[in-house]
Write a protein that binds this ligand. Structure first.
Ligand code: NAD
Length: 486
């Protein structure tokens, strides 16, 4: 039982907890309990947040103070780290994330803030003499007001991977979390916002269950960059709605990660790794393994080993340290995934069920293993976002790559083989923003991630992540040349 928490907006250096606004409830997927509520933002709140960010961008020295920015980011990292225990408990109860995974996410968010604190002090342009005495100075400037819209599945790290580089670049920001993680987001923003050196209005945030405030961020001419992480369907809507203002977009969207397992792999050795890769966040991670493509000579062995590995992972409450699979985000998501599995029951090698031993009002579902070869099937084409893995077979390297590339997504993939030449050849042929060799779901602040096609565009993490929030300005000047000297 946890004590109730509340969401709030942080605008222009002030907390706004309700102000008469409608509230929405946060329901824990662990046991269906109401664990708090948050105020509904909407258009007016979004406009106030954008106005505060705009005033801070033009009215403070933030954009011109890389040392201050580095200092603030380091202090934010320390605050997040100091509150890891409370933050991870709330994250786990509100979104159903396993407590051990929640702790790692908070630690990773602090690490990412530190990474961008370092880069804040390394932003520099270049100066060229293009003709005698004629100079072009290319200055790297912050892009302006940034709106960051995030999903619920990793609300600390997905926020920080946009916010960290935006602040490092000298931008001011408005944050809008998913309603399913509004309480955690508020507690997390408290750590970021209450750093004394942060100028008023540089960081703003609001919650909402509807989409009026989010839509305002997308269409406002006063937002210069929109960094969106979420589904491809909403990403597509956002791209259309943003076209009116031609703002810069960074879209990190859905995924359908394949693993290509070649004939030199030991099925018993790789199956537990593949099962873990598929069941990360109960399959609700954009990079979670969704399809196993295996050489036909290993198909039977891997199928059996995967069934064993998936069954061996206990489903349980997210605050139980023994659980390996927590609940889905809500009962509606659980019912959607269960229905999909039931529709394909004829192809199920393992059929997920609602465990009778867990709270009936929680959102639990045990894992499924399907064996569908039809590339047009929704199981292969659509992002399921739940504990479901499909296994398919191939005979040649070319067929493996063609099948892996046969969805609209292109976010991440993994290649499993000890033949290094093959591993590299295949990685280069995959249309995917990330390829892991003999591993899966390895993500770092230093290494860029992003997608192709329906998985979106732009890159976050790494140096490219910083570039999403910087603009290059050319300043020309004919200084002239001194002549006649020795
Ligand atoms: P979602 O698209 O439903 O919502 C994402 C965010 O957009 C939320 O904050 C939501 O409130 C907001 N939103 C919804 N409609 C909007 C609108 N019309 N205008 C502005 N904002 C709007 O996604 P979700 O269910 O929260 O998250 C799951 C999805 O996110 C999956 O598809 C997953 O693959 C994707 N995801 C991608 C990455 C990545 O790095 N590519 C990472 C994590 C999650």
């Amino acid at each position: 039982m946890m004590k109730s928490a509340s969401g709030a907006h942080w605008i222009n250096g002030e907390w706004i907890a309700s102000g008469g606004a409608t509230q929405f409830e946060a329901i824990s997927p662990v046991d269906g309990a109401v664990i708090g509520n948050a105020p509904e933002g909407g258009r007016e709140t979004a406009e106030a947040a954008i106005a505060a960010a705009r005033r801070a961008f033009f009215g403070s020295d933030w954009a011109h103070s890389p040392r201050l920015r580095a200092d603030v980011l380091l202090k934010q990292a320390a605050a997040v780290e100091a509150h890891n225990a409370d933050l991870s408990r709330l994250l786990s109860m509100e979104t159903g994330k396993l407590i051990s995974v929640a702790r790692l996410e908070i630690a990773a968010a602090a690490s990412e803030l530190r990474y961008y604190a370092g880069l804040a002090r390394a932003i520099g342009g270049r100066m060229l003499e293009v003709e005698p005495g004629v100079y072009s100075h290319l200055v790297r400037e912050p892009a302006g007001v940034v709106a960051v819209i995030t999903p619920w599945n990793a609300p600390a790290i997905l926020l920080v991977r946009s916010l960290g580089p935006a602040l490092a670049a000298g931008c001011t920001v408005v944050l809008k979390p998913a309603p399913q993680s509004a309480l955690f987001h508020t507690a997390f923003v408290r750590c970021l916002a209450e750093v004394a050196e942060l100028p008023v209005g540089v960081l703003n945030s609001f919650c909402e269950q509807g989409s009026a405030g989010g839509e305002c961020l997308v269409t406002s001419p006063d937002v210069d960059v929109l960094s969106f992480t979420g589904s491809s369907a909403v990403g597509r809507k956002i791209m259309m709605a943003a076209s009116g203002t031609l703002k810069r977009l960074n879209l990190e969207l859905g995924g359908k990660a394949p693993a290509l397992v070649f004939d030199d792999c030991d099925a018993d050795a790789v199956a537990p790794q593949l099962a873990t890769a598929a069941l990360i966040l109960t399959g609700q991670q954009c990079t979670a393994l969704s399809r196993v493509l295996v050489h036909e000579s290993r198909y039977d062995a891997l199928t059996q080993a995967l069934r064993r590995a998936l069954t061996a992972m206990p489903v349980g409450r997210s605050d139980d340290e023994r659980s390996k699979i927590g609940p889905l985000i809500d009962v509606r998501a659980r019912d959607r995934v269960q229905h999909l599995v039931e529709t394909h029951a004829d192809n199920a090698l393992l059929q997920g069920r609602v465990p009778a031993s867990l709270p009936a009002s929680g959102a639990y579902l045990s894992p499924s293993l399907l064996a569908i070869e039809d590339l047009e099937s929704p199981v292969i084409q659509d992002e399921i976002f739940g504990p479901v893995l499909n296994i398919e077979r191939f005979t040649t390297e070319a067929e493996a790559v063609t099948k892996a590339n046969a969805t609209r997504y292109g976010l991440s993939a993994s290649v499993w083989t000890h033949d290094l030449d093959r591993a590299y050849r295949v990685s280069r042929a995959l249309r995917s923003g990330t390829v892991w060799l003999n591993d899966h779901n390895k993500l770092f602040p230093e290494a860029e991630t992003g997608g192709h096609r329906d998985s979106g565009f732009g890159r976050l993490h790494g140096i490219d992540g910083l570039n999403e929030f910087l603009s290059t300005k050319h300043i020309y000047h004919r200084f002239g040349r001194l002549r006649g000297h020795a």
